[in-house]
Design a protein around this ligand. Structure first.
Ligand code: SF4
Ligand code: SF4
Length: 440
C-alpha cells in the first residue's frame, strides 16, 4: 500500500490508529470512495482524508493490518457514522476554542431591483428597493464597529448590485477612511460592468473577482435573461468580461445547468475557450439550477442530467477554467455556507440582517441599528439534517445539510449524489497524478 496523502492533522489528533482485534471480522468502511487508475485502485477515506493506492489484490491482502489501523477496514458491527459525528464535533469545538479570529464577511444588497428577468430567479416576488446613501453610511459605521482590527470581505449582491453602485462607493470610501482592511467580490449579470465600473472596481472597491452567470450563448442567453433594454446583451456581457480580465479582475463564469440548456452550454464552453484562451483570470464552473419554487419536478434532473453535467464539468476543466484549485480539500467541513457561519451576515438595502441569500427578507435576525439579535433564528440556521440516504453514503463525513436550506429537499436526488461522487473521484485522481509528478 502506498500513502498518497496522509490523514488530516485535525483528525489524526483525535483518532489514534485503530487497534487490531483478534477473532474479529472486518469489512470496508462505508466512508471510503474508491476509483481505479492505471496503477491500481485508489482508496480515499472521507473522514480521515487519507488517500492510498493498492496495486492489486495481493497488495490489498498484504496491507490488511495497515488498512485496519487507518480505519479503511472496520469491525462488522462498527458504527462509523456515529464515530464520524463525534470526531467532527470534537474537531469543531477544538477549532472554535483556538481563539483564532475569523475574517468578517458581509454580503451587501445594494438593491433588490434587477435589469434582467430570468425565469428561474428565486428573488421573484421580493419587494424592489434600493439602499439609500444614508443607509450606506450606517452600513459602513456598522462594519467599522464590528471589525475590531479584522480584515473584512465584502460581497456585492442584489438584485443587480451595479444598478446602485453609488452606495458601494460610500461604503468603501468610509471603510478606507477608517483604516479598515477590506477586499470585495461581486455577483452580477455583467451587463453594466463597463469602463467606469472597472475603474472604481480596481481602485476604491478593491474588487478581486466578479461572478457572472451565463445561461447559454447568443440568442439562448438573451432569451433567458430577457433584459429590459433591447439589444444583443450576450455580446455586450462577453465584451465586459474581456475588459474586466484585461484590467486584472478575475471573472468567475457561473453556468446554470438545466436539461433545457445543457447542449447549448457545451457550445458556450467551446466559445469561451476560443475567446478567452489567451486571458488570465477566467474561471468557469457549472451548477444545477435549483427549483426553489417547486414548480417542475424534473427540474433537479436525473441520471442522464448528472452524466451530462459531469461531461460539461470535464470540458471546462480541460479548457483550464477550473483554476489552481487544490485537488482534494485538506480540511474537514464545519460550515455549509454563510447561513451557518457566525462570521457571515447579509445586509439588506434597508439595513436588516439575514443569513441566507435564498430567504433574504423572509427570515431576518436583526438589523444594523440595534444590538438585539434573534438568537433562536441564528441557531435555526445551524440545525443540520441527515436524510435517509445519507446513512449509506460515502460522503457522509463531508456533507452538511442544513434543515432550512432550500437546496435540501425531502431527499438527496440521484443526480446530486452522482455529481458529488463524480467530482470527488475526479479530485482523487488529480491528487494522485500530482503525487506522481512529485516523484519525477
Ligand atoms: S446529502 Fe446526498 S451526497 Fe450528502 S451524504 Fe447525504 S446522500 Fe450523500
Ligand atoms: S442555506 Fe442553502 S440556500 Fe441558503 S445560503 Fe446556504 S446553501 Fe444557499
Amino acid at each position: 500500500m502506498k500513502i498518497i496523502t496522509d490523514a488530516l492533522p485535525a483528525v489524526r489528533a483525535i483518532c489514534p490508529p485503530q487497534k487490531i482485534k483478534e477473532n474479529t471480522a472486518y469489512r470496508m468502511t462505508k466512508l471510503c470512495v474508491t476509483t481505479d487508475c492505471a496503477d491500481g485502485r485508489l482508496l480515499f477515506h472521507t473522514l480521515t482524508g487519507m488517500l492510498v493506492l493498492l496495486e492489486d489484490e495481493a497488495d490489498a491482502e498484504a496491507s490488511r493490518d495497515e488498512l485496519i489501523k487507518e480505519m479503511f477496514y472496520v469491525p462488522e458491527d462498527f458504527d462509523e457514522l456515529a464515530y464520524a459525528d463525534k470526531v467532527i464535533s470534537i474537531a469543531k469545538a477544538l477549532k472554535n476554542g483556538s481563539g483564532q479570529k475569523k475574517k468578517l464577511s458581509y454580503t451587501v444588497l445594494t438593491t433588490t431591483d434587477c435589469n434582467a428577468r430570468c425565469y428561474y430567479c428565486y428573488e421573484a416576488g421580493i419587494r424592489r428597493c434600493y439602499m439609500s446613501a444614508d443607509v450606506a453610511k450606517d452600513v459602513s459605521d456598522y462594519i467599522i464597529g464590528a471589525s475590531d482590527g479584522r480584515e473584512v470581505e465584502l460581497r456585492w449582491f442584489g438584485g443587480e448590485p451595479l444598478m446602485n453602485p453609488e452606495v458601494i462607493d460610500i461604503i468603501c470610501g468610509k471603510l478606507r477612511e477608517a483604516g479598515v482592511e477590506y477586499s470585495s467580490a461581486m455577483v452580477s449579470n455583467g451587463y453594466l460592468f463597463n469602463g467606469d465600473v472597472i475603474g472604481k472596481a480596481k481602485g476604491l472597491w478593491n474588487l478581486k473577482s466578479v461572478q457572472i452567470t451565463l445561461d447559454g450563448c447568443g440568442e439562448v442567453y438573451n432569451r433567458v435573461k430577457a433584459y429590459k433594454e433591447p439589444g444583443d446583451a450576450y455580446s455586450r456581457v462577453i465584451n465586459n468580461v474581456d475588459n474586466a480580465l484585461k484590467a486584472g479582475i478575475k471573472v468567475h463564469i457561473h453556468l446554470n445547468v438545466s436539461r433545457k440548456n445543457i447542449s447549448d452550454l457545451m457550445t458556450l464552453a467551446d466559445e469561451l475557450e476560443k475567446t478567452f484562451s489567451e486571458r488570465e483570470g477566467l474561471f468557469a464552473s457549472a451548477a444545477l439550477l435549483g427549483d426553489f419554487r417547486r414548480e417542475n419536478e424534473r427540474f433537479n434532473g436525473d441520471v442522464y442530467d448528472a452524466q451530462e453535467y459531469l461531461k460539461l464539468r470535464k470540458k471546462l476543466k480541460d479548457a483550464g477554467f477550473e483554476g489552481k484549485r487544490p485537488p482534494l480539500k485538506r480540511e474537514l467541513n464545519f460550515n455549509n455556507c454563510m447561513a451557518d457561519n457566525d462570521a457571515c451576515e447579509i445586509i439588506l438595502p434597508d439595513g436588516r440582517l439575514s443569513k441566507c441569500d435564498e430567504q433574504l427578507d423572509k427570515d431576518c435576525f436583526g438589523d444594523i441599528y440595534s444590538k438585539e439579535r434573534d438568537t433562536e433564528n441564528i441557531k435555526s440556521w445551524k440545525e443540520q439534517v441527515k436524510l435517509p440516504e445519507c446513512y449509506g453514503c460515502p460522503l457522509y463525513a463531508r456533507c452538511i445539510n442544513l434543515k432550512k436550506c432550500a437546496w435540501v429537499n425531502e431527499n438527496c436526488s440521484k443526480t446530486s449524489q452522482i455529481i458529488r461522487l463524480g467530482v470527488l473521484k475526479d479530485q482523487i485522481t488529480d491528487a494522485y497524478k500530482e503525487w506522481k509528478e512529485t516523484l519525477k
